[in-house]
Design a protein around this ligand. Structure first.
Ligand code: NAD
Length: 268
């Protein structure tokens, strides 16, 4: 079956990567895409925008119009437009929604959960298979190593990234907290800055770097007084997220409505 996809923010870095990734697959077709009000990409051909042959599909302002022929909606934009699109999709035939957008606050996350009564939703701070595996390993290590092992999550991204720590770093923090049987909110340290006092045992710290064009680098460090363990993932090509999101879409379309993670998709 050919998966019919509409893409939010189709002129963005991830939007374009999704269009190119889909063009290399035989069971996937882009049927629409949106951009923000005022974007120079509006009404342009989606294929041409991504450096491909013309597709005869124009970038639209309206999610409902872009999703008219779509089975799934893939969204890598920002929290406010992601939520607005979900409301607009209600009257369409879209069955599954794949959310790669990061930086949702608690209230926005709760609002997203509500939409899982209508769609099968897969939300992931990182759609790479390697990061899903890393997250499973982090949970296991955190569960087996005692509280005398400090946990630090380190991440590096390109200078244009607007949220911190990255969605992936938070996802890895959540995996570590799950291994320790506690919510991340209880274990997360505030950012280290100034006179912080000694590090509290059992807490999870975060360090953030922003430089150049780094696609995404994540490391989880476990440290005792005598030794260190580092588990690390580096994304070499943005394509990895696009391929993972499309794979999640192929999986989600076959699931009942509900809220899923990338680990559900990969059965990890
Ligand atoms: P980007 O800025 O290049 O692209 C975002 C696009 O969304 C832009 O083209 C923007 O014009 C568009 N947009 C904004 N408001 C809109 C609206 N109302 N309607 C339609 N389009 C709108 O950013 P990016 O690097 O592609 O990242 C986008 C998001 O995806 C960020 O939150 C980022 O952290 C996240 N991300 C997630 C993963 C993952 O695997 N989950 C990977 C990479 C990036």
């Amino acid at each position: 079956m050919t998966l019919k996809i509409a893409i939010a923010g189709v002129a963005g870095r991830m939007g374009q990567s999704l269009v190119r990734a889909c063009s290399t697959l035989t069971d996937c077709e882009i049927v629409g895409g949106t951009e923000r009000p005022g974007s120079g990409a509006l009404d342009q051909d989606i294929g041409v925008l991504a450096g491909l042959p013309p597709s005869d599909i124009k970038v639209s302002l309206s999610p409902a119009e872009a999703a008219r022929h779509a089975d799934i909606w893939i969204d890598f934009t920002a929290p406010v437009p992601t939520l607005a699109s979900m409301t607009a999709l209600d009257t369409t035939g879209v069955k599954a929604v794949i959310i790669g957008t990061t930086g949702f606050n608690e209230a926005e996350d709760e609002a997203l959960q509500e939409f899982s009564k209508r769609f099968s939703i897969v939300k992931a701070g990182n759609f790479s298979l390697g990061v899903a595996m890393l997250s499973a390993l982090v949970e296991q290590a955190a569960a087996r190593l005692g509280d005398d092992w400090d946990i630090e999550v380190l991440e590096t991204h390109h200078r244009r990234k607007v949220d911190a720590p990255s969605g992936t770093a938070l996802m890895l923090g959540e995996a570590a907290a799950k291994g320790r049987n506690a919510p991340l909110d209880d274990l997360k340290t505030p950012p280290y800055d100034g006179i912080t006092g000694e590090r509290e045992a059992g807490k999870i710290g975060f360090s953030v770097r922003r430089a150049g064009g780094v696609i995404g680098d994540h490391e989880v460090m476990f440290g005792s007084d005598e030794e260190l363990i580092s588990l690390r993932h580096t994304a070499l090509d943005r394509n990895v997220f696009a391929k993972g999101a499309i794979r999640a879409g192929q999986w989600a379309i076959q699931q009942p409505v509900g809220f899923y993670t990338i680990r559900d998709v990969l059965d990890l």
